[in-house]
Design a protein around this ligand. Sequence first.
Ligand code: PLP
Length: 217
Amino acid sequence: MGLTDIRDRVAKAEARAGRDPGSVQLIAVSKVQPLERVEAVLEQGHKLFGENKVQEARGKWPEFMERYEGVSVHLIGPLQTNKARQAMELFSAIHSVDRPKLANTLARLAQETGACPDLFIQVNTGEEEQKAGILPDDADAFIAECRGLDLPIKGLMCIPPVEETPSLHFALLGKIAERNGLEELSMGMSSDFEEAIALGATHVRVGSAIFGERDYG
Ligand SMILES: *Cc1c(COP(=O)(O)O)cnc(C)c1O
């Protein structure tokens, strides 16, 4: 547990998978965590963080970004179109592009502002009704649609169903990425990031294993 330990485990998983050192980006997922814990990780020199809500992120990151140089934050949770503009201003990547309406809004704003964060398309690999993400069968067409809008699609993201073996979902995501020529894979959390790295993750999203359990109370 803790940043040093997780960094070490990421490095070992990279080595086991024959991947280059540093080829996996560790996103420290700071949602809901007390600011002191986030600050402690910033003090250790970590620069890449993940948040799942636009409002929550806007409440803490502008100030941290002023105090700590070179910090970037990725949005890893669902994005409503009416918050797209704010999200594009704050985040350097959005991992949750999951529907045409959002893609169209992002494209319009990107044209208007001349800038766009890196984008990942979220795939609902478990075809779960309550979960965001494009269905696997619709992924190829949606990726093509996003490319047609000139969006900077870098890769794919998934959150496997809790009850299932994550590696099946990681492998499926990898296949969809490969046949579409996408290089980046955002997959793996506290409980399964090493398996994700073995299956090609380029971004792992680790929260509780770095910061401790989240207290939603
Ligand atoms: C909260 C969250 C994580 C981190 O979860 P942990 O189990 O705490 O590592 C990763 N990805 C997404 C999309 C999340 O919402």
